[in-house]
Design a protein around this ligand. Structure first.
Ligand code: ADP
Ligand code: MG
Length: 829
């Protein structure tokens, strides 16, 4: 069995494919049905059996309710599909696993396939990525590596014969498939491919173009021919009267759309009974130009994303080699023309847009070792351990191969022979270290056999028998993160929650980061209610955390710490993100010497039209408030921009209001996505306001800390304050409120440390807290703590008083914490 993964799978919204890397070439397996390469990603449930692929697609004409398609877009959500014939529900991950299992059936070699590279859109977030891995595991792949689709497409192109001319160049991948859109800037640096930047929409693809045809061409025509009340809703709702027709017309629209890629006009036939039971029948004819008008706006949105990348990266279209077109929807002539027109550089349609992704995935799989095999490098019989070191990708004409050998090698020999017989090292004595220069053929995958023979001349099996070096081929530098991953500096103490970037957008994975934070409150040993949460969200660190996607939370609870954790104690956090986006967080508590660690298991996303509605209303209110404030401050520009966002929010509200509670479409996820983007827009618009406030807070605090430190600070603290002030120019200029607030926090926590050493201040703080006692959350506990505190002041036990103050603080209701007297507490996280 090969030690490499070798199998590459494109698990598409519409079509899925499987291929294998073998001796430098990629074979795409044929679908036994129809002898084509793709398998429609469709699953049908008959009473007696499950149908996957073409058979399921055909069956959907008979029984559309029990046939499921386009489920990739619901990966990682809580949505399931109710299936009557089997009287149960299936999750998108289960449905995907059925497609994956069917793909395995394309291979007839009899080998067990336990590992695969599966591709995902570059814009898939962490939750969706994890869901894809889960689908792979359900289908029996123990080892699943994810690869982003634009990289896969680029690998497939770059590893074709013309690869030499691509050295150190860059291009754009424009991938419009059935359900998702990705546009990515890809660069080759030293033979390695990487995505430098990307944009995308997880909710836009060919299927949305089909829906436009049904909504704007088919439905109006039907309404003009028969009596229908609310036809579109009755089609889209799972209990709607015309639900079957929705799927039927979507399929018919897709066929018509495909026809328009080669013909100038097309037809859709219809026969159905209207609300009065009268049969309505006829043919709808429409032209390519009708279709182009219909999709123009959506297509323009895609090229706007493309331009955004160019602007952000300060590059001109002329700096790019070409725009590589992939995905079935790029067969549409209008899309090709439009992209070419906007960019003014050639588009590249040289690769088969439908199989490029799987081919690239296989190339990648051919360079990836299976995890399980690498652990078993000791051959039991020979008891020899071989560790080989060599470059698997080379741009040179020769590569050095070295190996370290452990075990009883007395009398053994080795020999390295190239697969084509052109190179033969000859038989040589085996030593604990060997080196051999291997000549490489240009632009090819060079294969060598590394044989070890014992003193009797018999072959000794070991783990490195095959050596493969790609010359002039391209590999992957690493995958990139589509959005920032941020730490929520939650803490009850702060008025607003702040985000700290842990991994930045476009960071190359795998990656590792660490950060030290201070415990925002005291956590007592054995107390189950006492919890510190380390929360990670996905999305820009400039956003309000509510407009980002929660990934997961590590909880440090009183129930599992060995000693009390005092407020202000340092916690060292380490974050590790694997290439396939598994996030591990570890927290080391300096006070207790304990370590907590957790691999993330992101929760699935849930969206109900109702909560979506409420959130949109909240967003609307927020914009109104900001608008009023802008008007008061005579900031007319901001007011106008907010007005634009308000309009978008109102349209969104109308759209959301029209979704039936039991909608069969994924519109609510699309709208939720839009809502998040709008919330971000508003947040960015108003952030200048935050910047000003942050600057003012910083200056004020700097004044008071400078005074305090002169009289009461120690040398270390003085040094710390000088350092913050020394960086002042940089963070004030950054105009990033988070950065400025972080500096203010630093000063705040130094101030807090000094003050907490000063008996006067402790007493003052204690008195303030005593004044708030009536509103405290737990009266009995408050009473006990206060009595205790009074004794401690009498006996001048300042250390213990500090703990009591911390405990009392935890009892202060959140809204009271903003009171002026407590401002000093806000300096600490
Ligand atoms: P996915 O990545 O979603 O599995 P593909 O890349 O296979 O999808 O593209 C499928 C989409 O391409 C479908 O929406 C299909 O209707 C569309 N498509 C395929 N061929 C054509 C064509 N000739 N003209 C227009 N659209 C096409
Ligand atoms: Mg695709």
């Amino acid at each position: 069995m090969s030690e490499m993964i070798n199998y590459g799978i494109d698990l598409g919204t519409t079509n899925s494919l499987i291929s294998k890397f073998n001796a430098g070439k990629v074979e795409v397996f044929k679908n036994p049905r129809g002898h084509k390469e793709g398998l429609p990603s469709v699953v049908g449930f008959r009473q007696d059996k499950i149908l996957v692929g073409d058979k399921a697609r055909e069956y959907s004409n008979k029984d559309p309710k029990n046939v499921i398609s386009r489920f990739k877009r619901k990966m990682g959500t809580t949505e399931t599909y109710r299936i009557d014939t089997i009287n149960s529900s299936k999750s998108p991950e289960e449905l995907s696993s059925l497609v994956l299992k069917e793909l395995k059936g394309f291979i007839h070699s009899g080998e067990t396939i336990d590992s695969a590279v599966i591709t995902i859109p570059a814009s898939f977030d962490t939750i969706q990525s994890n869901a894809t891995k889960e689908a792979g595991n359900l289908a029996g792949f123990d080892n699943v590596i994810l690869l982003q689709e634009p990289i896969a497409a680029s690998l497939s192109y770059a590893n074709k014969d013309n690869s030499n001319e691509l050295k150190n160049s860059q291009w754009i991948v424009y991938d419009l498939g059935g359900g998702t859109f990705d546009v990515a800037l890809v660069k080759i640096i030293e033979g390695e491919l990487t995505i430098v930047d990307h944009e995308g929409d997880n909710f836009f693809g060919g299927t949305d173009l089909d829906a436009l045809i049904v909504e704007h061409i088919v439905v109006p025509q039907l309404e003009s021919k028969g009596t229908f009340a609310n036809l579109l809703n009755e089609m889209k709702s799972s209990t709607g009267r015309y639900e079957k027709e929705w799927y039927r017309f979507l399929n018919a629209a897709e066929d018509a759309k495909i026809e328009l890629s080669s013909d100038k006009s097309t037809e859709i036939e219809y026969v159905l009974d209207d609300d009065n039971g009268n049969e309505v029948e006829g043919i709808i004819t429409f032209t390519r130009s009708d279709f182009e008008k219909l999709i123009k706006d959506k297509v323009t949105e895609t090229t706007q994303m493309l331009k955004k990348i160019l602007t952000r990266q300060s590059i001109q279209p002329q700096d790019l080699k070409f725009v590589l077109m992939v995905g079935g929807s790029t067969f549409i002539p209008f899309i090709r023309q439009h992209v070419e027109e906007v960019m003014g550089i050639p588009i590249n349609t040289d690769i088969d847009p439908t199989n490029a992704i799987t081919v690239g995935a296989a190339f990648f799989a051919g360079s990836k070792k299976k995890e399980t095999v690498t652990k078993k490098t000791i051959d039991n019989k020979s008891n020899i351990k071989v560790r080989a070191i060599y470059e698997r990708n080379s741009q040179d004409s020769e590569e050095m191969f070295s190996a370290k050998i452990e075990g009883d090698i007395a009398g053994m020999t080795y020999r390295i022979i190239s697969a084509d017989g052109a190179f033969d090292s000859g038989s040589k004595e085996l030593k604990t270290r060997i080196h051999e220069d291997l000549p490489l053929r240009e632009g090819e995958y060079n294969l060598f056999e590394f044989n070890i023979l014992n003193s009797l001349g018999n072959q000794v099996h070991h783990a490195q028998e095959q050596v493969q070096i790609a010359q002039g081929k391209y590999s992957v530098a690493g995958q990139m993160l589509p959005e920032d991953l941020c730490l929520v500096k939650d803490d009850l103490i702060l008025k607003d929650t702040k985000l700290d970037c842990i991994f930045e957008q476009n960071a190359v994975l795998p990656s590792r980061a660490s950060q030290t934070v201070e415990a925002g409150k005291t956590v007592l040993k054995d107390s189950e209610q006492d919890v510190i949460r380390v929360m990670v969200v996905e999305g820009s660190s400039d956003n309000h955390y509510l407009s980002n996607k929660p990934i997961g939370t590590l909880e440090i609870s009183g129930a599992n710490i060995k000693r009390d954790l005092l407020k202000g104690t340092e916690i060292d956090l380490t974050f590790e993100l694997s290439e396939s986006r598994d996030l591990t967080i570890s927290a080391y508590l300096n006070g207790t010497g304990q370590e907590f660690s957790q691999v993330f298991n992101p929760k699935k996303r849930e969206v109900s039209p109702q909560t979506l509605g409420t959130e949109i209303i909240m967003l609307e209110e927020m914009i109104h408030k900001e608008q009023e404030e802008a008007a008061e401050n005579k900031n007319y520009n901001m007011e106008e921009n907010l007005g634009k966002s308000l309009k978008d929010v109102q349209t969104l509200m109308l759209d959301a209001g029209e979704i039936p509670e039991d909608s069969v479409t994924d519109e609510k996820f699309q709208l939720e996505d839009k809502k998040r983007k709008l919330a971000q827009q508003v947040h960015q618009l108003t952030s200048s306001k935050r910047v000003d406030a942050a600057k003012q807070d910083y200056q004020e605090l700097k004044g008071s800390v400078s005074k305090l430190i002169q009289e009461n600070g120690n040398d270390h603290e003085k040094h710390q304050v000088r350092q913050v002030i020394g960086r002042e120019q940089v963070f004030l200029m950054s105009n990033n409120p988070n950065t400025i607030e972080a500096a203010t926090d630093e000063l705040g926590s130094i101030q807090y440390k000094i003050l907490m050493r000063m008996p006067n201040y402790l007493v003052h703080m204690f008195e303030l807290l005593v004044e708030s006692r009536v509103s405290m959350n737990d009266q009995i506990q408050a009473k006990n703590l206060i009595e205790n505190g009074i004794h401690l002041i009498e006996s001048e036990s300042w250390d213990d008083l500090r703990i009591v103050i911390g405990r009392l603080w935890d009892l202060v209701p959140e809204k009271e914490r903003e009171a002026d007297g407590y401002r000093l507490f806000t300096g600490i996280v």
